[in-house]
Design a protein around this ligand. Structure first.
Ligand SMILES: *[C@@H]1O[C@H](CO)[C@@H](O)[C@H](O)[C@H]1NC(C)=O
Ligand SMILES: *[C@@H]1O[C@H](CO)[C@@H](O)[C@H](O)[C@H]1NC(C)=O
Length: 265
């Protein structure tokens, strides 16, 4: 790793802690729902049709403020509505696949997720509301799959590589990604396009392995993939198992004294 890389990684570690200081706090917002699932399928995060299989279709578009310029792609949130007469106390767990256009509602939920906020049998009553007052907080994602890497269509081999991370577990953000040929100590950094999508025009020849910096504990943490993730002849559109699972939870120092925020329970 070059000196510049070391310095920028250190700066990264230092900036991480402050940026996510209150994920554990419940915050208040409004939630609405998509009457048709279309928009979530082609969401800004670029999951495409895969989005519908994530979290059994409990997916959501986050407001621009909560979307954090794409860092919230693939993040999971617990959402529960405040009307105890209508809604279950435990709420629902959703995963962000898209950005909505307005900050007035923190989340636009898939219809399935919205209906699941309500007590059994009250889905119809719930749907009469265009928006609901909700509490939400970030929560670790659970996938019963390993972190996986999909080679995206914009890749133009052999050096131009664009990848997308899928099934990122835990409650962390990927802050940096590097790729190397198996057996080589030379790491090439990748640039984040949006959320889970990273690319480089200078990918080494395969087979390829990866290492990532994720937020975890109070600072960043390296995650190394298995020796070979992409084979020599990696193919566009293929999904490759990175054979690791990210389970870390970034530690938080909650809660600032701010009346806008509420305790979850
Ligand atoms: C939403 O809020 C964010 C941050 O508070 C702001 O940058 C953005 O411009 C707002 N977007 C809209 C559409 O109001
Ligand atoms: C995840 O990777 C491990 C190897 O690290 C492998 O043994 C396991 O079968 C994989 N799990 C899944 C769900 O594919």
């Amino acid at each position: 790793m070059s000196t510049i890389n070391v310095v920028s990684m250190l700066l990264l570690f230092l900036s991480i802690t402050s940026a996510f200081a209150c994920d554990w706090c419940a915050q208040q917002t409004k939630a609405s729902f998509f009457s048709s699932p279309g928009p979530l399928y082609v969401g800004v995060c670029g999951y495409g049709a895969v989005a519908t299989q994530l979290y059994n279709g409990y997916i959501a578009a986050a407001s621009p403020a909560l979307f954090r310029e794409g860092d919230s792609c693939g993040s999971c949130f617990e959402v529960r509505c405040k009307d105890e007469r209508l809604c279950k106390k435990e709420g629902v767990k959703v995963i962000v696949t898209d950005m909505s256009r307005t900050n007035r509602t923190g989340f636009v939920l898939s219809k399935e997720a919205f209906m699941a906020l309500g007590h059994d049998g009250l889905a119809h009553d719930l749907m009469q509301h265009e928006t609901l007052d909700v509490l939400f907080r970030r929560t670790p994602c659970e996938h019963n799959k390993n972190l996986s890497i999909r080679v995206e269509e914009r890749s133009r081999g052999p050096n131009h590589l664009t990848i997308k991370f899928l099934y990122q577990g835990g409650q962390t953000d990927i802050m940096a990604v590097e790729v190397a040929q198996v057996g080589s100590p030379v790491w090439q950094y990748m640039s984040q396009r949006i959320g889970p999508i990273w690319s480089t025009p200078r990918a080494p020849m395969g087979p390829l392995r990866f290492r990532l910096v994720v937020t975890g504990g109070y600072d960043g943490k390296w995650v190394w993939t298995e020796e070979e993730v992409l084979p020599v002849d990696w193919k566009i559109g293929e999904l490759y198992d990175a054979k690791v699972q990210i389970k870390d939870i970034a530690q938080e120092s909650c809660c600032p004294d701010n009346s806008y925020r509420e305790r979850w329970r």
